[in-house]
Design a protein around this ligand. Structure first.
Ligand SMILES: Cc1cc2nc3c(=O)[nH]c(=O)nc-3n(C[C@H](O)[C@H](O)[C@H](O)COP(=O)(O)O)c2cc1C
Length: 375
């Protein structure tokens, strides 16, 4: 048990700059959705993630050794059916992060807290515990959630309307931050929460508190992120570099001008990297079209309108499509960086093997392009 840290280590680790989320790499990297079966891709193509602790830990340890900045889980309680029952098995996010905090030494470990079903006192306490286990590498992704099927398991009141969900999240996060920062007991009375004598000990290692990420799409979600988050996690599903830049500049401006805050903007990217463009295209056809699990695809089930200038989407969590050769992928990353993206959370069909290829073939090219420093 790490009861005593050496003074030097504990002082070093209390500096927020030690959390790799704040390092100087122009394009930070992480993994996404390795806590769920089939990861981020709803496909029956070979190599989809089988959810075992050994598998998720191996991916985290490879990420950690390669200097990836972030390990981000999906907050999920139930699968989406279809051929794969996409995300049907998922490790609970805080306990997952606690386990990985012990297994890693560099990457930030995140939990993705569903605001409607986890009380802020529980999140504060769990987050602080993981911050101690990881010596100051914890961060919390705060999400309102959206999936009626999974919230039904918590009872009828769990899922609020979209905007009321964000009003609830506003109070939730105020309480969380006070629990993480307050020296003294406090009371809180809001529209949704009543708290008497609120206190959480120990305080987290990071000061004033661990970084906050917020995953959002809507205008109100962007405002929430601008007000409270250090990292906004957005989907890039349409348009070109100019559109992305306008969106991201506006988002950061909102944070700076209305709330006096600096905001990093991150996205999720789905990777299909092959030696030639033709092989990458064939692999896309196979993974997304021939073997795509349309019925289990959550985004398709949301019935969102597809914008006319939509990017290609891989079924599942459908991140920004990084489909091509190592060289063309680095060009795409350069374009995302120019548009203002600070970090990409990556997913592959076959995390273990394709992440190894990324580390061997893409990472050195990113370093040559000045997107990252050698680790
Ligand atoms: C990149 C990204 C990642 C997300 N991850 C999760 C997640 O892990 N679990 C979840 O229930 N919702 C997730 N969401 C949905 C958010 O919880 C958010 O509440 C939902 O998108 C509704 O808010 P919005 O309209 O602002 O997007 C994610 C959204 C985005 C854009």
């Amino acid at each position: 048990m790490r009861i005593c840290m050496s003074p030097a280590r504990s002082v070093m680790r209390t500096l927020p700059a030690m959390n790799p989320l704040f390092n100087s790499n122009r394009m930070k990297l992480g993994t996404f959705s390795t806590n769920c079966s089939y990861g981020a891709t709803a496909t029956t193509a070979e190599g989809g993630l089988e959810l075992t602790w050994e598998n998720t830990r191996a991916i985290a340890m490879a990420s950690d050794a390669a200097g990836f900045e972030a390990l981000v889980p999906v907050g999920r309680w139930k699968g989406f059916g279809g051929l794969t029952d996409f995300n049907g098995a998922s490790f609970e996010v805080f306990t997952w992060a606690a386990g990985l905090a012990e297994a890693t030494s560099y990457s930030a470990v995140l939990a993705t807290s569903h605001v409607p079903v986890v009380h802020p006192l529980v999140s504060a306490k769990q987050g602080s515990t993981i911050d101690h286990i990881s010596s100051g590498r914890f961060a919390l992704n705060v999400v309102c959630g959206w999936n009626p099927d999974e919230f039904a398991m918590f009872g009828s009141g769990a899922l609020r309307s979209h905007d009321e969900g964000y009003a609830y999240a506003d109070e939730w996060i105020q309480i969380l931050r006070r629990l993480w920062t307050s020296e003294d007991e406090f009371d809180f009375t809001g529209d949704f929460f009543e708290m008497s004598g609120g206190i959480s000990r120990p305080r987290p290692v990071q000061r004033p508190h661990p970084p906050i990420m917020s995953a959002n799409n809507s205008e109100i979600g962007q405002r929430f992120a601008a007000k409270y988050a250090d990292l906004s996690f957005i989907g890039i599903r349409a348009g070109g570099e100019g559109d992305w830049k306008r969106l991201i500049d506006g988002h950061k401006r909102l944070a700076r001008e209305e709330f006096g805050r600096e905001l990093q903007v991150w996205t999720h990217a789905s990777v299909i990297c092959r030696p030639t463009r033709q092989e990458a295209e064939q692999a896309y056809q196979y993974i997304a079209v021939e073997r795509g699990d349309t019925e289990g695809d959550p985004i398709r089930r949301m019935n969102r309108p597809v914008p006319p200038n939509a990017l290609r989407r891989i079924p599942g969590w459908g991140g920004f499509p990084l489909i091509g050769t190592p060289e063309s992928i680095v060009d795409d990353l350069e374009a995302l960086s120019s548009a203002g993206i600070a970090g990409c959370l990556l997913s592959w069909v076959d995390y273990e093997n394709e992440q190894r290829q990324w580390i061997e073939q893409v990472l050195p090219l990113m370093e040559q392009a000045g997107l990252r420093r050698p680790f």
